[in-house]
Design a binder for this molecule. Sequence first.
Ligand SMILES: [Cu+2]
Length: 341
Amino acid sequence: MNIPSQITTLIIGVAVTLISLWYGQNHGLLPVAASEEAGQVDGLFNTMMTIATGLFILIQGALIYSLIKFRRRKNDQTDGPSIHGNVPLEIVWTAIPAVIVMILSLYSFEVYNAMGGLDPMASHDHHGSQLAQNHKMSTDGQDVDKSLIAFDPSQGEVALGLGASPETEGQEAPLTVNVMGLQYAWIFTYPQTGIVSGELHIPVDEEVQLNITATDVLHAFWLPEFRIKQDAIPGRESQLRFTPTLVGDYPVICAELCGSYHGSMVTRLYVQTPEDYQTWVQEQQIASADNLEETVAVNPAEMSDSEFLAPYAQEMGIDSQTLNHLDASHDHAAHQVAVSQ
Ligand SMILES: [Cu+2]
């Protein structure tokens, strides 16, 4: 018997479908979903996982079955049957993947649209953006750097990131935070309150708009629990709009290899209850009023390797002599990249 009977085929088909559907929902590969948008991304990911699981079982199953069923028996020196293609089979194994890919592209397009990916910066207040503000400051002198003007659709610039979802199209998000990536830290500026922080604090269940840029080289702003990631590009602004749904603290990760200490470019995102968030805002405002100097973050790009590492040397088991042997090559490299932008 070369072909399994119809009953066997049916049972295998049902079993593979059930296993795939179960595993597609229970793969445990994703961290907690902490934003409204995360559910849609997970739906797409789980669908792809379901299809991939089914294909994996079918292909590996056929492979293992054939290994055993069609193995060479003792003293069998004959050739296998000579097979020259099979047109119906080729049509089937081309058509099925084509349909799967089509469905997945339509589905992912829908998710992207629902997350605001098709029209980022639509409600962008051009003059309120951080690059526009920097630009205004720098135009007091004569050295006007055209590249520092923020997103300008009239110049044919492409908007980057995730904008308002179709439901909130044309509305400003209640909270805006400017995100600056630099070697090797994230700096968050709150234009509405004047807060500058190395951590991102946002209230739960309220849409937030991040305007993201970088000072030196390419970075990528990644929030795994929120299923969003966006490049931070020197001289250009990109946007991420999302609504956090779970109180907690989450990692903010740089997902673009940006230099020697790329791995340490990690901070926290705190999603807080509205009351806790207000308390934090007040604390920050008092702190910055007390001593403006101390709230300004140190720019690691301006430090030598040994200066940057000194506070961590103890933990890493490195003595100060070893530290001093580090040359300043990473500073040169960073500088060159920044200049060539
Ligand atoms: Cu980085």
